[in-house]
Design a protein around this ligand. Sequence first.
Ligand SMILES: Nc1nc2c([nH]c(=O)n2[C@H]2C[C@H](O)[C@@H](COP(=O)(O)OP(=O)(O)OP(=O)(O)O)O2)c(=O)[nH]1
Length: 135
Amino acid sequence: MQTVVGGLIIDQSTVLAARRRAGALAGLWEFPGGKVEPGETPEDALRRELHEELALEVEVGAELSAPGGAWPISEAYELRLFLARIVTGTPGPGPDHDAVRWLAADQLADVEWLPSDTQALPAVRRLIGGPSRPT
Ligand SMILES: Nc1nc2c([nH]c(=O)n2[C@H]2C[C@H](O)[C@@H](COP(=O)(O)OP(=O)(O)OP(=O)(O)O)O2)c(=O)[nH]1
């Protein structure tokens, strides 16, 4: 099973989504990242991918785990999502993405996500929407 890692980059209760520029999945939205290469930790891979794709320097934080550990993509791939805090850079279109958007909890359904990512959206919504508190 190969791991794909995606970054949850959160700013003011919004999360960054990026639209794939090319290939079979062009036009669909994802959490930017990519495949973990041999010898890398998922955290290493996420730092590398976010630098290559979005020219960001990030600090990788906690994982948003799926109920079974990782979010399934296919028989060969699984998705792991980690919080990432921008240290340097401003996300924008780049080699792999033709658009980026900051989405609030109630805007997550406004874009068409990669199928695997839709499984994670309720957890992401809870993360950025915050817990409901008694007033
Ligand atoms: N980056 C990313 N890929 C995802 C997500 N959800 C999801 O199903 N995938 C799939 C799409 C691709 O089939 C695979 C990751 O491929 P990729 O093209 O981003 O990986 P990469 O940057 O390492 O690309 P490459 O060098 O293999 O071309 O995982 C997601 O949220 N982010």
